[in-house]
Write a protein that binds this ligand. Sequence first.
Ligand SMILES: C[S@@+](CC[C@H](N)C(=O)[O-])C[C@H]1O[C@@H](n2cnc3c(N)ncnc32)[C@H](O)[C@@H]1O
Length: 234
Amino acid sequence: MTSNSATNVRQIFDRIAPVYDDLNDWLSLGQHRIWKKMAVRWINPQPGQTVLDLCCGSGDLAIMLARRVAPSGQVFGVDFACAQLAIAAQKLATYPHLQNCVVWQEGDALALQFADRTFDGATMSYGLRNVVDIPQCLTELHRVLKPGAIAAILDFHRPSDPLMTRFQQFYLDRIVVPAARQRGVTEEYEYIAPSLARFPIGKDQEKSAIAAGFTKATHYQIANGMMGILVLTK
Ligand SMILES: C[S@@+](CC[C@H](N)C(=O)[O-])C[C@H]1O[C@@H](n2cnc3c(N)ncnc32)[C@H](O)[C@@H]1O
């Protein structure tokens, strides 16, 4: 894939939906769940609250949030790739007690279908790098949060340590792409390295978030700088 148009991004995530969870588990050795739990802890959702998981994909993070806001709270999982949402719905069906706590919504992170100040908190994992307009995504996120609400945004990060940079490059080229090739989705996973190369680093993410209206923005590096969590307060 050479272009990162929204249609291309959506088609990629629709195509890889059947193998997405399996590859995530395998490639991160299950660690993506720990990093997602860290994002949940940052926003600290409470029973009864209404929270958003933006670019929810196959729904892991939204289901983690549902456990925290149940039984009376509500999670909205928003993504524009229907095939990902279908997997998310299948996954949720295995948690009957959470069924009423999650709404899967097909929608665009750049034009959210929610009123201003709807949410008590929000998460987004591996979505910000994939949206075609990061400032607009942050502006929309800011708009739909209540004053004082916190958002936690998890994504890849480019480490500053040259050794870790080489390790990350090796990992993406020699482990991720071959694993994807085995599952018939090479092109889609080759897209991670260029998307990471153009992704703003932590300090630039903080500046964009402040420009979008957030009062506080702090980026934390995790996993030896290969991942990061941007924590925002409205
Ligand atoms: C790498 S996946 C992450 C999925 C999930 N959050 C996770 O961590 O497993 C990125 C997701 O962002 C979604 N996405 C990208 N741009 C979007 C947009 N403008 N609106 C809604 N979803 C978008 C894709 O469809 C995809 O499911």
